[in-house]
Design a protein around this ligand. Structure first.
Ligand code: TXA
Ligand code: MG
Length: 337
């Protein structure tokens, strides 16, 4: 397990305060952070990732109270309508239930947050990460930290320090990420009802248990880059290896003809596959099929397959339940042309 020294942490916090960019672990994926209140620093993130600026960033804070300080005070303290009050109260309920953790809440922003962070939107995505090192870094920096996943735009998210290949001023190695999928993003509709904008590390079932009813999930795969105010987490093609990737539903049905003369790799939940198939590489996500374990391994397995010099990656969809929904969402986007 990697160890970050107090000196490395203090240095990274100093770099953030001075307007630099730092790659750091969270429980979901590694982030590439900058001082969220410094537009010039945030601009460096977009350059390092080659990320389009229509795509808003998530702002990370060390404690729940610090998140509310970044919300529009008029909306927060004196919600004008019953719908706004419902949204605020629901946000508080979700924060109490899931922060620190893999949940991002999209709420009306305070005017101090520069437009580059939110891609000009009037809302901001807020999150208190579950990884202690991430919170220590943010607390030591003394500023909120805007951070997307630390991968080149559209690529596979990093779940280990060695996956981080974007330029940055410092990289903190906190070992492998425990959750392995990005945060679940929840916003609020005009009627005050919560809506899932991106599936992620908090399952729909867990949200439903707290909310008392299943929140709507916006049909993300119909949205594309030309839709105004849409972010890459919502783009159809994302999380993509360089190698072609094709989805399959059951590896047991694979035959030698599916492989042909090519170097084919398989991403499989449990590896229920005919061992005689001439596969060049197999990555198992979870031998006993636990979806939490599969989620934690997903991006690492995709990185490994992408580095295995294959002609094709076949990826098995997993059961559409719990974190399996978010795993399948990432796989469908990785397969999209
Ligand atoms: O787990 C995570 O969320 C990781 C770690 C580093 O915290 N971060 C992450 O950031 O996945 P990124 O930039 O790769 O994805 C951020 C997504 C956007 O693509 C968008 O879907 C959503 O968060 N988002 C952020 N701000 C938003 C806003 N104001 N309105 C709607 N969606 C927003
Ligand atoms: Mg990302």
């Amino acid at each position: 397990m990697a160890e970050v020294t107090p000196q490395q942490l203090a240095d990274a916090a100093g770099i953030l305060r001075a307007g630099g960019i730092v790659a750091f672990p969270t429980e979901t994926v590694y982030g590439l952070g900058a001082n969220a209140l410094d537009a010039a620093a945030v601009a460096k993130i977009f350059t390092a990732k080659a990320r389009p600026t229509f795509d808003p960033l998530i702002v990370h804070v060390a404690a729940v109270a610090a998140a509310w300080e970044l919300v529009d005070p008029d909306w927060w303290e004196k919600p004008a309508t019953a719908a706004a009050r419902h949204a605020r109260d629901t946000a508080q309920l979700l924060a109490t239930s899931f922060w620190p953790g893999p949940l991002t809440l999209v709420l009306p922003k305070r005017s101090t947050i520069p437009g580059i962070v939110t891609a000009g939107l009037p809302t901001v995505g807020l999150r208190v990460p579950g990884h202690a090192l991430a919170r220590q870094l943010i607390a030591a920096a003394g500023v909120p930290v805007a951070a997307p996943s630390a991968n080149p735009f559209g690529g596979i998210s990093p779940t280990r320090a060695s996956h981080v290949r974007v330029p940055c001023d410092a990289l903190l190695d906190g070992g492998p990420c425990g959750t392995g999928l990005e945060s679940t993003v929840v916003g609020f509709q005009d009627d005050g009802q919560p809506a899932v904008l991106r599936l992620g590390g908090i399952s729909l079932e867990a949200l439903t248990a707290v909310l008392g009813a299943e929140p709507i999930t916006l049909g993300q795969s119909q949205i594309d880059a030309s839709t105004p105010g849409v972010a890459p987490g919502m783009l159809t093609r994302h999380y993509s290896p360089r190698t072609a990737l094709q989805l399959i539903t059951g590896p047991t049905q694979l035959t030698a003809a599916d492989v042909g003369g090519r170097r084919v790799g398989l991403l499989s939940l449990r590896g229920d596959v005919n061992r005689d198939l001439p596969l060049a590489h197999i990555e198992l996500l979870a031998p006993r099929g636990e979806l939490t374990q599969a989620a934690a391994r997903l991006f690492e397995a995709l990185h490994t397959l992408d580095a295995a010099d294959l002609d094709l990656i076949l990826a098995e969809l997993v059961p559409e339940e719990g974190l399996g929904r978010a795993i399948n969402d990432r796989l469908r986007r990785a397969a999209a042309q």
